[in-house]
Design a protein around this ligand. Structure first.
Ligand SMILES: Cc1ncc(COP(=O)(O)O)c(C=O)c1O
Length: 390
């Protein structure tokens, strides 16, 4: 057993807050009615779902009717892109979509599928070395016939935050709807959709100390989504399927806690993140911070290392009890370097040396010290093994 275990992979997922678990529990076996049923059992469950919707709407500063509950962040992204894209096509407004090379596959692959199989066109705009989109390129890409533009709020691999209000305004000037994937931003940045100016915004509960398997999509009133999951017309016809009452209650409770205690949590994240970044850059030779040096998620530190294989590094860290990830959870064990780092202009070898360390509510100074010391030793070891093999 390692001397200590340190979880530094909060961007992959977070533990469910015990207060959230407690809030969910009655909705498994006590209040178990189907929220769509007309009797009192159903009404009790429906009340819980509608109260959860009001809570989410309060935090997003929107109407409850603008919140659609889904099964995860991926589903929210899929619904936004396909749903809005199909609606716009039906209205004869055009077939052009704009997005970035930074998007999570839930957006990236959906847009690719729409282009490959459904006759849509797409433009993927460029980004700079710090992982921030080129605003001028975005403005030029949105042209007559552009119907949906999607730019993630904050990146899951390098943590960079995008100028969402500016991009949303540009999209609107050019007649396009604007979607943002706020899955990583939730609990760390404002989700006020009026300030952000977005038309659609995706959330996933497990990234903010809620349960896995539940998400939400904000859809501005007036945008009719063609549902990608049809059936019994739940969620005002936008997403069919019996409501998962306990998980929906859990999502709302987790979001409320994250924003009620926002200042304390984000201050803590920033302190832990900054001491991690300082420790790594000062003590690991040949290390570089990736992403934006300042405009980055409070919880997020990401690096590349000269002459190091990212997957080997992860293995060595894991043996010593440090849970981290290489670029993103989806990439772990995948020998292909991160597409995001390639888009930022890193060469393949450097992109293959990436490490993401993301702190959370329970992260302590001792955890950070242990992680930095372990990383110093692991990088040295991986480099030594490399030399011996060569
Ligand atoms: C930016 C981003 N979008 C979407 C998702 C998908 O969310 P979910 O795991 O709930 O499907 C993730 C998950 O890592 C993410 O980081």
């Amino acid at each position: 057993m390692p001397a200590r275990t340190v979880y530094l992979d909060h961007s992959a997922t977070t533990p469910t807050d015990p207060r959230v678990v407690e809030a969910m529990l009655p909705y498994f076996s006590d209040v178990y009615g189907n929220p769509s049923s007309a009797h009192r059992f159903g009404r009790d469950a429906e009340n819980a779902v509608e109260t959860a919707r009001e809570t989410v709407a309060r935090i997003l500063n929107c109407q409850p009717s603008e919140i659609v509950f889904t099964s995860c962040g991926s589903e929210s992204d899929n619904l936004a892109m396909r749903g809005a894209g199909w609606t716009a096509r039906q209205q004869g407004r055009g077939l052009h979509l704009v997005t970035t090379p930074l998007e999570h596959p839930a957006v990236g692959k959906t847009v690719q599928q729409m282009a490959d199989l459904m006759g849509f066109e797409r433009t993927i705009i460029s980004v700079d070395k710090t992982g921030v989109v080129d605003v001028e390129d975005f403005a030029n890409a949105c042209r007559p016939g552009t119907t949906v533009a999607s730019v993630m709020y904050a990146n899951n691999e390098v943590g960079s935050i995008q100028p969402i209000p500016q991009l949303a305004a540009l999209a609107h000037e050019r007649g396009a709807w604007f979607h943002t994937d706020a899955v990583q931003a939730a609990g760390q940045l404002t989700l006020d959709v009026q300030k952000l100016g977005v038309d659609m915004l995706s959330l996933s509960a497990h990234k903010f100390y809620g349960p896995k398997g539940v998400g939400a999509l904000y859809v501005r009133n007036g945008i009719e989504l063609v549902p990608s999951q049809s059936g019994g017309s739940h969620e005002a016809g936008r997403r069919s399927g019996t409501h998962n009452t306990p998980l929906i209650v859990g999502l709302a409770k987790a979001l409320a806690i994250a924003y009620d205690e926002f200042d304390a949590y984000t201050t803590h994240y920033c302190q832990m993140r900054d001491s991690l970044i300082d420790g790594v850059l000062n003590r690991v030779p040949g290390s570089q911070l990736t992403g934006h040096p300042v405009n980055r998620l409070p919880s997020h530190a990401s690096f590349v290392f000269d002459g190091v294989d990212g997957n080997a590094l992860l293995m060595h860290l894991d043996l010593k009890g440090v849970a981290a990830s290489s670029a993103s959870a989806c990439k772990t064990g995948n020998p292909e370097p991160s597409g995001v780092l390639l888009a930022l202009g890193y060469d393949r070898q450097t992109a293959g040396s990436s490490l993401r360390l993301t702190v959370g509510r329970q992260t302590t100074t001792e955890d950070v010290d242990y992680a930095v010391q372990t990383l110093v030793e692991a990088v040295e070891k991986v480099r030594r093994l490399n030399r011996e093999i060569v």
